[in-house]
Design a protein around this ligand. Structure first.
Ligand SMILES: Cc1cc2nc3c(=O)[nH]c(=O)nc-3n(C[C@H](O)[C@H](O)[C@H](O)COP(=O)(O)OP(=O)(O)OC[C@H]3O[C@@H](n4cnc5c(N)ncnc54)[C@H](O)[C@@H]3O)c2cc1C
Length: 449
Protein backbone atom coordinates (compact mmCIF):
# COMPACT_ATOMS: atom_id res chain seq x y z
CA UNK A 1 0.00 0.00 0.00
CA UNK A 2 1.35 3.38 -0.97
CA UNK A 3 0.12 6.97 -0.95
CA UNK A 4 -2.03 6.39 -4.04
CA UNK A 5 -3.93 3.47 -2.53
CA UNK A 6 -4.95 4.81 0.86
CA UNK A 7 -7.60 7.52 1.26
CA UNK A 8 -6.27 10.82 2.53
CA UNK A 9 -6.82 12.04 6.09
CA UNK A 10 -10.22 13.59 6.91
CA UNK A 11 -10.61 14.95 10.41
CA UNK A 12 -14.43 14.86 10.41
CA UNK A 13 -14.53 11.10 9.90
CA UNK A 14 -13.44 10.37 13.47
CA UNK A 15 -15.72 10.79 16.49
CA UNK A 16 -14.71 10.39 20.12
CA UNK A 17 -13.90 6.72 20.78
CA UNK A 18 -12.22 6.92 24.19
CA UNK A 19 -11.01 9.12 26.99
CA UNK A 20 -7.26 8.58 27.20
CA UNK A 21 -4.66 7.19 24.78
CA UNK A 22 -1.00 6.75 25.71
CA UNK A 23 1.78 6.57 23.13
CA UNK A 24 5.21 5.25 24.16
CA UNK A 25 8.00 6.94 22.20
CA UNK A 26 8.04 10.51 20.88
CA UNK A 27 9.91 9.79 17.68
CA UNK A 28 8.32 10.11 14.24
CA UNK A 29 5.98 7.11 14.52
CA UNK A 30 4.85 8.07 18.03
CA UNK A 31 4.23 11.73 17.16
CA UNK A 32 2.16 10.90 14.08
CA UNK A 33 0.16 8.24 15.91
CA UNK A 34 -0.51 10.71 18.73
CA UNK A 35 -1.72 13.30 16.23
CA UNK A 36 -4.21 10.85 14.73
CA UNK A 37 -5.36 9.67 18.17
CA UNK A 38 -6.01 13.25 19.28
CA UNK A 39 -9.07 13.22 16.97
CA UNK A 40 -10.65 10.25 18.75
CA UNK A 41 -9.53 10.58 22.38
CA UNK A 42 -10.17 13.39 24.86
CA UNK A 43 -6.57 13.17 26.05
CA UNK A 44 -3.39 11.81 24.51
CA UNK A 45 -0.17 11.41 26.52
CA UNK A 46 3.13 10.72 24.80
CA UNK A 47 5.85 9.38 27.09
CA UNK A 48 9.48 9.58 25.99
CA UNK A 49 12.53 8.36 27.91
CA UNK A 50 14.80 11.09 26.45
CA UNK A 51 14.77 14.72 27.44
CA UNK A 52 13.34 16.80 24.56
CA UNK A 53 14.92 20.16 23.86
CA UNK A 54 13.27 23.17 22.24
CA UNK A 55 15.41 22.78 19.17
CA UNK A 56 16.50 20.19 16.67
CA UNK A 57 19.44 18.59 18.48
CA UNK A 58 20.03 14.86 17.87
CA UNK A 59 19.12 12.78 20.92
CA UNK A 60 20.33 9.56 22.46
CA UNK A 61 17.14 7.52 22.01
CA UNK A 62 17.25 8.00 18.23
CA UNK A 63 20.90 7.25 17.35
CA UNK A 64 20.08 7.17 13.63
CA UNK A 65 19.23 10.88 13.80
CA UNK A 66 22.80 11.88 12.88
CA UNK A 67 22.36 10.22 9.49
CA UNK A 68 20.58 11.64 6.44
CA UNK A 69 16.83 11.09 6.47
CA UNK A 70 14.96 11.54 3.18
CA UNK A 71 11.29 12.38 3.65
CA UNK A 72 9.56 10.55 0.80
CA UNK A 73 6.43 11.93 -0.83
CA UNK A 74 4.16 9.44 0.98
CA UNK A 75 5.46 10.72 4.31
CA UNK A 76 5.56 14.36 3.31
CA UNK A 77 1.99 14.47 1.97
CA UNK A 78 0.61 12.60 5.00
CA UNK A 79 2.44 14.76 7.53
CA UNK A 80 1.29 17.88 5.67
CA UNK A 81 -2.33 16.65 5.93
CA UNK A 82 -1.92 16.01 9.67
CA UNK A 83 -0.12 19.29 10.32
CA UNK A 84 -1.16 21.77 7.59
CA UNK A 85 1.71 24.13 6.79
CA UNK A 86 4.32 21.62 8.02
CA UNK A 87 6.49 21.84 4.88
CA UNK A 88 6.60 25.63 4.96
CA UNK A 89 7.65 25.46 8.61
CA UNK A 90 10.40 23.04 7.70
CA UNK A 91 11.65 25.54 5.12
CA UNK A 92 11.40 28.48 7.51
CA UNK A 93 13.60 26.52 9.94
CA UNK A 94 16.25 26.15 7.23
CA UNK A 95 15.03 23.02 5.38
CA UNK A 96 15.80 22.87 1.66
CA UNK A 97 13.35 22.44 -1.22
CA UNK A 98 14.82 20.57 -4.17
CA UNK A 99 13.51 19.06 -7.37
CA UNK A 100 13.87 15.29 -7.18
CA UNK A 101 13.73 15.08 -10.99
CA UNK A 102 16.79 17.21 -11.66
CA UNK A 103 18.58 18.11 -8.39
CA UNK A 104 19.14 14.49 -7.38
CA UNK A 105 22.06 12.89 -9.18
CA UNK A 106 20.86 9.31 -9.13
CA UNK A 107 23.55 6.74 -9.94
CA UNK A 108 22.71 3.07 -10.27
CA UNK A 109 23.56 0.11 -12.51
CA UNK A 110 26.73 1.74 -13.81
CA UNK A 111 25.43 5.17 -14.78
CA UNK A 112 23.47 8.30 -13.87
CA UNK A 113 19.77 8.26 -14.58
CA UNK A 114 18.40 10.87 -17.00
CA UNK A 115 16.50 13.81 -15.49
CA UNK A 116 12.78 13.19 -15.16
CA UNK A 117 10.28 15.14 -17.28
CA UNK A 118 8.17 16.38 -14.35
CA UNK A 119 9.11 18.32 -11.22
CA UNK A 120 9.22 16.24 -8.03
CA UNK A 121 9.33 18.67 -5.08
CA UNK A 122 11.28 17.23 -2.15
CA UNK A 123 11.66 18.84 1.26
CA UNK A 124 15.02 18.02 2.82
CA UNK A 125 16.11 18.58 6.41
CA UNK A 126 17.99 16.72 9.11
CA UNK A 127 16.10 14.05 10.96
CA UNK A 128 16.12 16.06 14.26
CA UNK A 129 14.51 19.03 12.46
CA UNK A 130 11.86 16.86 10.79
CA UNK A 131 10.97 15.46 14.21
CA UNK A 132 11.20 18.77 16.08
CA UNK A 133 8.75 20.60 13.79
CA UNK A 134 6.25 17.72 14.08
CA UNK A 135 6.67 17.68 17.86
CA UNK A 136 6.11 21.43 18.10
CA UNK A 137 2.96 21.18 16.01
CA UNK A 138 1.61 18.23 18.00
CA UNK A 139 1.82 20.10 21.30
CA UNK A 140 -0.52 22.76 19.88
CA UNK A 141 -3.39 20.24 19.88
CA UNK A 142 -5.87 20.36 22.78
CA UNK A 143 -5.57 17.45 25.16
CA UNK A 144 -2.09 16.36 24.00
CA UNK A 145 0.65 16.13 26.66
CA UNK A 146 4.28 15.22 26.09
CA UNK A 147 6.11 13.66 29.04
CA UNK A 148 9.87 13.65 28.38
CA UNK A 149 12.31 11.82 30.67
CA UNK A 150 9.58 9.34 31.37
CA UNK A 151 10.37 5.72 30.62
CA UNK A 152 7.74 3.06 30.24
CA UNK A 153 8.81 0.09 32.32
CA UNK A 154 5.74 -2.12 32.19
CA UNK A 155 2.33 -2.58 30.60
CA UNK A 156 -0.62 -2.84 33.02
CA UNK A 157 -3.40 -5.27 32.23
CA UNK A 158 -6.76 -6.42 33.52
CA UNK A 159 -6.83 -9.58 35.67
CA UNK A 160 -6.44 -12.17 32.90
CA UNK A 161 -4.33 -9.97 30.62
CA UNK A 162 -6.96 -9.84 27.88
CA UNK A 163 -6.63 -6.06 27.77
CA UNK A 164 -3.85 -3.54 28.35
CA UNK A 165 -5.19 -0.93 30.76
CA UNK A 166 -2.24 1.45 31.08
CA UNK A 167 1.50 1.64 31.64
CA UNK A 168 3.91 1.97 34.51
CA UNK A 169 6.54 4.68 34.04
CA UNK A 170 9.67 5.95 35.78
CA UNK A 171 10.53 9.64 35.65
CA UNK A 172 13.91 11.41 35.91
CA UNK A 173 13.71 11.29 39.74
CA UNK A 174 13.25 7.52 39.49
CA UNK A 175 9.72 7.79 40.79
CA UNK A 176 7.30 5.22 39.43
CA UNK A 177 3.65 5.94 38.60
CA UNK A 178 0.87 4.25 36.70
CA UNK A 179 -0.82 5.96 33.77
CA UNK A 180 -4.22 4.39 33.05
CA UNK A 181 -5.31 4.38 29.40
CA UNK A 182 -8.07 3.12 27.11
CA UNK A 183 -5.46 2.55 24.41
CA UNK A 184 -1.69 2.06 24.66
CA UNK A 185 0.46 2.38 21.53
CA UNK A 186 3.98 0.98 21.44
CA UNK A 187 6.11 3.24 19.19
CA UNK A 188 9.42 2.41 20.88
CA UNK A 189 11.21 1.47 17.66
CA UNK A 190 13.30 -1.50 16.67
CA UNK A 191 14.13 -2.53 20.24
CA UNK A 192 10.44 -2.83 21.25
CA UNK A 193 9.91 -5.40 24.01
CA UNK A 194 6.33 -6.17 23.00
CA UNK A 195 7.08 -9.55 21.31
CA UNK A 196 8.69 -10.85 24.52
CA UNK A 197 5.93 -9.38 26.67
CA UNK A 198 3.24 -11.03 24.54
CA UNK A 199 5.03 -14.34 24.87
CA UNK A 200 5.26 -14.00 28.64
CA UNK A 201 1.53 -13.29 28.80
CA UNK A 202 0.38 -16.29 26.81
CA UNK A 203 -0.11 -14.73 23.37
CA UNK A 204 3.03 -16.18 21.83
CA UNK A 205 5.57 -14.13 19.90
CA UNK A 206 4.55 -12.77 16.50
CA UNK A 207 6.41 -14.65 13.75
CA UNK A 208 9.54 -12.70 12.87
CA UNK A 209 11.17 -12.36 9.47
CA UNK A 210 14.79 -11.31 9.51
CA UNK A 211 17.07 -10.65 6.54
CA UNK A 212 20.79 -10.30 7.32
CA UNK A 213 22.40 -7.63 5.19
CA UNK A 214 25.20 -6.36 7.45
CA UNK A 215 25.30 -2.80 6.18
CA UNK A 216 27.15 0.04 7.92
CA UNK A 217 26.73 3.77 7.51
CA UNK A 218 29.37 6.47 8.14
CA UNK A 219 28.15 10.05 7.98
CA UNK A 220 29.98 13.37 7.89
CA UNK A 221 28.65 16.93 7.67
CA UNK A 222 30.22 19.22 5.05
CA UNK A 223 29.90 22.96 4.55
CA UNK A 224 27.65 23.73 1.59
CA UNK A 225 27.51 26.95 -0.44
CA UNK A 226 23.97 28.29 0.26
CA UNK A 227 22.89 28.25 -3.41
CA UNK A 228 24.09 24.66 -4.02
CA UNK A 229 21.22 22.24 -3.53
CA UNK A 230 22.15 19.14 -5.42
CA UNK A 231 21.75 15.74 -3.80
CA UNK A 232 23.44 12.48 -4.74
CA UNK A 233 21.96 9.00 -4.39
CA UNK A 234 24.01 5.95 -5.31
CA UNK A 235 22.83 2.74 -3.62
CA UNK A 236 25.26 -0.17 -3.48
CA UNK A 237 24.41 -2.61 -6.21
CA UNK A 238 26.38 -5.73 -7.19
CA UNK A 239 29.20 -6.17 -7.89
CA UNK A 240 29.75 -2.87 -5.98
CA UNK A 241 29.38 -3.28 -2.22
CA UNK A 242 29.70 0.46 -1.63
CA UNK A 243 27.27 3.30 -2.07
CA UNK A 244 26.45 6.75 -0.76
CA UNK A 245 23.91 9.47 -0.20
CA UNK A 246 24.47 13.23 0.03
CA UNK A 247 21.61 15.50 1.08
CA UNK A 248 21.60 19.31 1.38
CA UNK A 249 20.26 20.22 4.83
CA UNK A 250 19.69 23.26 7.03
CA UNK A 251 22.70 25.21 8.29
CA UNK A 252 24.25 25.29 4.81
CA UNK A 253 25.48 21.73 5.16
CA UNK A 254 25.50 18.51 3.26
CA UNK A 255 25.13 15.29 5.15
CA UNK A 256 27.20 12.73 3.31
CA UNK A 257 26.77 9.08 4.14
CA UNK A 258 28.85 6.25 2.75
CA UNK A 259 27.69 2.71 3.22
CA UNK A 260 29.21 -0.68 2.72
CA UNK A 261 27.36 -3.95 2.63
CA UNK A 262 28.30 -7.46 3.83
CA UNK A 263 31.40 -6.47 5.74
CA UNK A 264 32.77 -3.75 3.45
CA UNK A 265 32.65 -1.35 6.40
CA UNK A 266 33.17 2.39 5.93
CA UNK A 267 35.79 3.76 8.35
CA UNK A 268 35.17 6.01 11.34
CA UNK A 269 37.83 8.64 10.71
CA UNK A 270 37.85 11.40 8.15
CA UNK A 271 40.87 10.33 6.15
CA UNK A 272 39.58 6.75 6.08
CA UNK A 273 36.21 8.02 4.83
CA UNK A 274 37.92 9.90 2.00
CA UNK A 275 39.86 6.77 1.01
CA UNK A 276 36.68 4.68 1.14
CA UNK A 277 34.88 7.24 -1.06
CA UNK A 278 37.57 6.80 -3.71
CA UNK A 279 36.39 3.17 -4.02
CA UNK A 280 32.80 4.11 -4.86
CA UNK A 281 31.66 3.59 -8.46
CA UNK A 282 31.02 7.32 -8.93
CA UNK A 283 33.43 10.17 -8.16
CA UNK A 284 30.73 12.49 -6.76
CA UNK A 285 31.32 11.60 -3.13
CA UNK A 286 35.10 11.77 -3.35
CA UNK A 287 34.81 15.18 -5.02
CA UNK A 288 32.39 16.51 -2.41
CA UNK A 289 34.64 15.32 0.40
CA UNK A 290 37.78 16.75 -1.20
CA UNK A 291 36.41 20.14 -2.19
CA UNK A 292 34.24 21.10 0.81
CA UNK A 293 35.40 21.55 4.40
CA UNK A 294 33.79 19.52 7.15
CA UNK A 295 31.16 21.28 9.27
CA UNK A 296 31.95 19.08 12.31
CA UNK A 297 34.71 16.68 13.32
CA UNK A 298 32.48 13.72 14.02
CA UNK A 299 32.12 10.71 11.72
CA UNK A 300 28.85 9.15 12.89
CA UNK A 301 28.50 5.37 12.53
CA UNK A 302 25.44 3.19 12.35
CA UNK A 303 25.65 -0.59 11.98
CA UNK A 304 22.48 -2.12 10.59
CA UNK A 305 22.76 -5.91 10.74
CA UNK A 306 19.34 -6.92 9.44
CA UNK A 307 15.93 -5.88 8.24
CA UNK A 308 13.37 -7.23 10.69
CA UNK A 309 9.64 -7.58 10.57
CA UNK A 310 7.21 -8.85 13.21
CA UNK A 311 4.06 -10.37 11.72
CA UNK A 312 1.53 -9.18 14.31
CA UNK A 313 -1.24 -9.79 11.79
CA UNK A 314 -0.57 -13.54 12.12
CA UNK A 315 -1.21 -13.76 15.87
CA UNK A 316 -4.43 -15.58 16.78
CA UNK A 317 -5.05 -13.31 19.76
CA UNK A 318 -3.94 -9.83 20.73
CA UNK A 319 -4.82 -7.84 23.87
CA UNK A 320 -7.54 -5.20 23.61
CA UNK A 321 -6.51 -1.59 24.13
CA UNK A 322 -3.09 -2.12 22.61
CA UNK A 323 -1.28 -1.44 19.32
CA UNK A 324 2.25 -1.47 17.93
CA UNK A 325 3.44 0.82 15.17
CA UNK A 326 6.48 2.12 13.24
CA UNK A 327 9.91 0.48 13.51
CA UNK A 328 8.53 -1.58 16.38
CA UNK A 329 6.68 -3.60 13.70
CA UNK A 330 9.24 -3.47 10.90
CA UNK A 331 12.59 -1.81 10.29
CA UNK A 332 14.22 -1.98 6.86
CA UNK A 333 17.68 -1.47 5.50
CA UNK A 334 17.33 2.34 5.43
CA UNK A 335 18.99 2.82 2.04
CA UNK A 336 15.66 3.69 0.39
CA UNK A 337 14.67 6.02 3.24
CA UNK A 338 11.27 4.46 3.87
CA UNK A 339 10.91 4.27 7.68
CA UNK A 340 9.28 7.64 8.39
CA UNK A 341 6.95 7.31 5.41
CA UNK A 342 5.89 3.82 6.44
CA UNK A 343 5.19 5.22 9.93
CA UNK A 344 3.15 8.05 8.36
CA UNK A 345 1.09 5.65 6.25
CA UNK A 346 0.54 3.48 9.31
CA UNK A 347 -0.75 6.54 11.18
CA UNK A 348 -3.12 7.10 8.27
CA UNK A 349 -4.25 3.48 8.44
CA UNK A 350 -4.88 3.99 12.17
CA UNK A 351 -6.94 7.09 11.38
CA UNK A 352 -9.15 5.13 8.97
CA UNK A 353 -9.42 2.20 11.39
CA UNK A 354 -10.64 4.55 14.15
CA UNK A 355 -13.06 6.19 11.72
CA UNK A 356 -14.49 2.85 10.55
CA UNK A 357 -15.24 1.18 13.88
CA UNK A 358 -13.57 2.96 16.79
CA UNK A 359 -11.80 0.64 19.21
CA UNK A 360 -13.76 -2.49 18.24
CA UNK A 361 -11.29 -5.07 16.95
CA UNK A 362 -8.88 -2.20 16.36
CA UNK A 363 -5.62 -4.18 16.55
CA UNK A 364 -6.74 -6.85 14.07
CA UNK A 365 -8.03 -4.30 11.59
CA UNK A 366 -4.94 -2.12 11.99
CA UNK A 367 -2.33 -4.89 11.66
CA UNK A 368 -4.02 -6.29 8.54
CA UNK A 369 -3.78 -2.99 6.70
CA UNK A 370 -0.37 -2.07 8.10
CA UNK A 371 0.88 -5.33 6.61
CA UNK A 372 0.20 -4.14 3.08
CA UNK A 373 1.99 -0.82 3.76
CA UNK A 374 5.02 -2.79 4.90
CA UNK A 375 4.82 -5.30 2.01
CA UNK A 376 5.52 -2.70 -0.68
CA UNK A 377 8.40 -1.10 1.22
CA UNK A 378 9.82 -4.51 2.10
CA UNK A 379 9.77 -5.71 -1.52
CA UNK A 380 11.81 -2.71 -2.65
CA UNK A 381 14.37 -2.46 0.16
CA UNK A 382 14.76 -6.05 1.26
CA UNK A 383 14.20 -7.39 -2.26
CA UNK A 384 17.11 -5.23 -3.49
CA UNK A 385 19.38 -6.63 -0.76
CA UNK A 386 18.93 -10.06 -2.32
CA UNK A 387 20.85 -8.86 -5.35
CA UNK A 388 23.83 -9.72 -3.13
CA UNK A 389 24.38 -13.45 -2.82
CA UNK A 390 25.60 -13.05 0.78
CA UNK A 391 22.20 -11.71 1.90
CA UNK A 392 20.63 -14.27 4.16
CA UNK A 393 16.96 -14.77 4.99
CA UNK A 394 13.60 -15.29 3.37
CA UNK A 395 13.41 -13.71 -0.09
CA UNK A 396 10.25 -11.64 -0.65
CA UNK A 397 8.03 -13.53 -3.08
CA UNK A 398 8.67 -12.53 -6.70
CA UNK A 399 11.76 -10.49 -5.84
CA UNK A 400 14.12 -12.43 -8.15
CA UNK A 401 12.12 -11.66 -11.29
CA UNK A 402 11.31 -8.16 -10.05
CA UNK A 403 15.01 -7.41 -9.43
CA UNK A 404 15.93 -8.48 -12.96
CA UNK A 405 13.19 -6.27 -14.41
CA UNK A 406 14.20 -3.36 -12.15
CA UNK A 407 17.81 -3.73 -13.17
CA UNK A 408 16.88 -3.51 -16.86
CA UNK A 409 14.53 -0.58 -16.17
CA UNK A 410 17.29 1.28 -14.31
CA UNK A 411 19.77 0.79 -17.15
CA UNK A 412 17.20 2.03 -19.67
CA UNK A 413 16.54 5.01 -17.37
CA UNK A 414 20.12 6.17 -17.98
CA UNK A 415 18.74 7.67 -21.18
CA UNK A 416 14.97 7.63 -20.60
CA UNK A 417 13.65 10.29 -18.19
CA UNK A 418 10.14 8.78 -18.24
CA UNK A 419 11.54 5.61 -16.70
CA UNK A 420 13.45 7.59 -14.09
CA UNK A 421 10.22 9.38 -13.19
CA UNK A 422 8.31 6.10 -12.91
CA UNK A 423 11.01 4.55 -10.74
CA UNK A 424 11.38 7.65 -8.59
CA UNK A 425 7.67 7.73 -7.80
CA UNK A 426 7.90 4.13 -6.61
CA UNK A 427 10.89 5.01 -4.46
CA UNK A 428 8.92 7.99 -3.08
CA UNK A 429 6.16 5.49 -2.11
CA UNK A 430 3.64 7.47 -4.14
CA UNK A 431 2.72 4.41 -6.21
CA UNK A 432 3.36 0.69 -5.70
CA UNK A 433 6.23 -1.25 -7.32
CA UNK A 434 3.64 -2.99 -9.53
CA UNK A 435 3.04 0.36 -11.27
CA UNK A 436 6.34 -0.29 -13.08
CA UNK A 437 4.62 -3.13 -14.91
CA UNK A 438 2.06 -0.84 -16.60
CA UNK A 439 2.15 -1.42 -20.38
CA UNK A 440 3.42 2.10 -21.19
CA UNK A 441 6.37 1.53 -18.84
CA UNK A 442 6.93 -2.15 -19.64
CA UNK A 443 7.34 -1.57 -23.37
CA UNK A 444 10.00 1.08 -22.72
CA UNK A 445 11.82 -1.41 -20.50
CA UNK A 446 11.50 -4.47 -22.70
CA UNK A 447 11.88 -3.00 -26.18
CA UNK A 448 15.23 -3.88 -27.74
CA UNK A 449 17.82 -1.09 -27.70
C1 LIG B 1 20.98 4.87 9.52
C2 LIG B 1 19.50 5.08 9.31
C3 LIG B 1 19.06 5.94 8.31
C4 LIG B 1 17.70 6.12 8.09
N1 LIG B 1 17.30 6.92 7.06
C5 LIG B 1 15.99 7.10 6.85
C6 LIG B 1 15.54 7.94 5.79
O1 LIG B 1 16.33 8.45 4.97
N2 LIG B 1 14.20 8.14 5.66
C7 LIG B 1 13.29 7.53 6.49
O2 LIG B 1 12.09 7.75 6.33
N3 LIG B 1 13.69 6.70 7.47
C8 LIG B 1 15.00 6.48 7.68
N4 LIG B 1 15.40 5.65 8.69
C9 LIG B 1 14.36 4.99 9.52
C10 LIG B 1 13.79 5.97 10.56
O3 LIG B 1 14.80 6.45 11.39
C11 LIG B 1 12.69 5.29 11.39
O4 LIG B 1 11.90 4.49 10.57
C12 LIG B 1 11.83 6.35 12.04
O5 LIG B 1 12.57 7.00 13.04
C13 LIG B 1 10.56 5.82 12.70
O6 LIG B 1 10.94 5.06 13.78
P1 LIG B 1 10.08 4.96 15.10
O7 LIG B 1 9.49 6.28 15.47
O8 LIG B 1 9.17 3.81 14.95
O9 LIG B 1 11.20 4.53 16.17
P2 LIG B 1 12.48 5.31 16.67
O10 LIG B 1 12.82 6.43 15.79
O11 LIG B 1 13.51 4.29 16.93
O12 LIG B 1 12.01 5.94 18.06
C14 LIG B 1 11.65 5.20 19.19
C15 LIG B 1 11.40 6.19 20.32
O13 LIG B 1 10.93 5.51 21.47
C16 LIG B 1 11.63 5.97 22.62
N5 LIG B 1 11.58 4.88 23.59
C17 LIG B 1 12.09 3.63 23.44
N6 LIG B 1 11.81 2.88 24.53
C18 LIG B 1 11.10 3.68 25.38
C19 LIG B 1 10.50 3.46 26.65
N7 LIG B 1 10.58 2.27 27.27
N8 LIG B 1 9.84 4.49 27.25
C20 LIG B 1 9.73 5.70 26.61
N9 LIG B 1 10.29 5.96 25.40
C21 LIG B 1 10.94 4.95 24.79
C22 LIG B 1 13.03 6.28 22.07
O14 LIG B 1 13.76 7.12 22.92
C23 LIG B 1 12.67 6.95 20.74
O15 LIG B 1 12.38 8.31 20.90
C24 LIG B 1 16.76 5.43 8.91
C25 LIG B 1 17.20 4.57 9.91
C26 LIG B 1 18.55 4.36 10.09
C27 LIG B 1 18.98 3.39 11.13
Amino acid sequence: MTLSSVSRYEREQVTTVGDHAVVIGASVAGLLAARVLSDGFERVTVVERDSLSDDSTPRKGVPQSKHPHALLEAGRATIEDLFPGYCEELLSEGGVLIDGASDVEFYDEGGFLADGPERVPQYIATRPLIEYVARRRLTEFDGVTLRPECQCVEYRTDGDATAVTGIRVRDSKDEATTIPADLVVDATGRTSRTPTWLDEHGYGKPPVEEVQVDVRYSTVALRRPPDERRAVFAPASPPQTRGGVALPVEGDRWLVTLHGIHGDNPPTDMSGVRDFAAGLPTAEFRDLLETHPTAADEVAQYPFPSSRRHHYEELDRFPDGFLVLGDAIASFNPIYGQGMSVAALEALVLHHALAADGQTGLATRFFERAESVIDDAWLLAVGADFQFSATDGQKPRGSGLFNRYLSRLTRKAHTDGVLRDALYRVIMMEVPPTSLLRPEIAWRVLKPT
